[in-house]
Design a protein around this ligand. Structure first.
Ligand code: ADP
Ligand code: MG
Length: 396
């Protein structure tokens, strides 16, 4: 994988795939961690006189223009953070985008509108992706991959365009890859993984593969209810992926065969409704009643998880333990975050929302060994998969 230092960028147009998929609340950026994470690459390029065109996505607009998922507010924040103007093109690759690129001077930056407004970006059909990739490639001379959060995706702006231009890995992709390489090749044991969050089916897929690599898996967050259901417990109105229960049973059986300990919550904070001021209560994890939904892990679970991580020398955490955006249901996530911050083990936090939670709790990033910008990408890396967005870079 080449570094941006290997590219001769002066006066040339460099297309940078960044991950600017920041959480938004009421039209405001609620956490700008991912924008900050791409600054080193952008400044390294502009300092050397490159004309930088940034391509990125926000949310899941499913190939349609969705004004609330415009990257315009991100361009404004990027400009504030860089303390220099950032142009914005409301078109992705059309005539107006082309002329905006043509007007860029050396050291200037342009951000293109949300690439996922174009259905070809995430198309399963390589020919469709290739059409968009050709249009993107025609805007630039060089390609830099710096969206670590998307390198596990086979998408036009990630894999296809990389094959059309001389390319390199940006600073973020290079440093993230280094950390995850270390986790794959030389993890100190015991090695524990803490999983949570909402993207249940995304993450269930990876657990099976993690079993061969780790010693212990702790499950909290929205995904724990599919596990509790697989263990035969009622989950009331909690987040549940009924079609995954069988898969989880298989995972639990495999884990037992391999001697990997899967630790599930023993108590859960449940609420009447998905709302910050709902009535709530703490109940045993095996007796969540109908009419209640699980919102956070309970205090006994926090204790159990802390104990299970105490002797670990490597810990990876991906996904909040509860609905941390609502103060009443943030306690479990905060407690696990604090417990990990206090350890001397090699601790890696993955996942956009997990990293946002840490910042929301005001826990300094440097109390962990590494805070990753990639959720799915970091998990797939840990599974030992060759990530398509990285594989394509090594070809050059
Ligand atoms: P990450 O971005 O760190 O990979 P995810 O995107 O998978 O994490 O999940 C983050 C979301 O999961 C948060 O918005 C949080 O509110 C939600 N979540 C956590 N626990 C629950 C739960 N018990 N029920 C519903 N949503 C939950
Ligand atoms: Mg997320």
């Amino acid at each position: 994988m080449r570094s941006i230092d290997d590219l001769d960028v002066f006066g040339r147009t460099v297309l940078v795939r960044a991950d600017l998929n920041v959480p938004m609340a009421d039209g405001e950026i609620s956490d700008d961690g991912r924008i900050r994470a791409c600054l080193p690459t952008l400044t390294a390029l502009t300092d050397r006189g490159a004309r930088v065109v940034v391509v990125a996505h926000l949310g899941r607009p499913k190939g349609q223009v969705a004004p609330e998922l415009s990257l315009a507010p991100v361009a404004a924040r990027l400009s504030e953070l860089l303390e220099r103007p950032v142009q914005f093109s409301s078109e992705l690759t059309g005539m107006r985008a082309q002329s905006a690129v043509a007007e860029l001077g050396d050291g200037e930056i342009l951000l293109l509108e949300n690439v996922r407004f174009d259905s070809r970006e995430t198309s399963k059909d390589p020919a469709q992706r290739r059409l968009l990739a050709n249009e993107l490639a025609s805007l630039a001379d060089l390609y830099v991959s710096d969206g670590f959060g998307v390198v596990h995706r086979e998408q036009a702006s990630v894999t296809d365009v990389a094959q059309l231009l001389p390319n390199a890995a940006g600073r973020l992709v290079a440093s993230e890859s280094q950390v995850f390489d270390r986790l794959i090749t030389d993890p100190k044991r015991p090695y524990g993984v803490v999983l949570g969050g909402a993207k249940v089916s995304d993450k269930l897929g990876v657990i099976g593969n993690l079993l061969s690599r780790v010693d212990r898996i702790l499950v909290g967050g929205g995904m724990c209810f599919t596990f509790l259901a697989a263990a035969g417990h009622p989950v009331g109105d909690s987040l549940l992926e009924a079609d995954q229960v069988e898969t989880v049973r298989q995972v639990l059986a495999d884990a037992a065969d391999r001697g990997v300990e899967v630790v599930l919550p023993v108590d859960i904070v449940v609420a009447r409704e998905f709302s910050p001021d709902s009535e709530y209560a703490t109940v045993a994890a095996d007796s969540i009643e109908a009419g209640w939904m699980g919102m956070d892990i309970g205090p006994r679970t926090v204790e159990l998880f802390t104990e299970k991580l105490a002797d670990a020398r490597t810990v990876v955490w991906n996904g909040p333990m509860g609905v941390f955006e609502m103060p009443a249901f943030s306690i479990g996530t905060r407690a696990v975050a604090e417990a990990l911050a206090d350890t001397t083990s090699f601790t890696v936090i993955g996942g956009g929302d997990s990293a946002a939670a840490i910042r929301a709790f005001d826990i300094a990033d440097d109390r962990y060994s590494h805070v990753s910008t990639g959720g799915g990408a970091s998990l797939e890396f840990l599974e030992g998969k060759l990530l398509p967005g990285l594989a394509v870079l090594e070809d050059h």
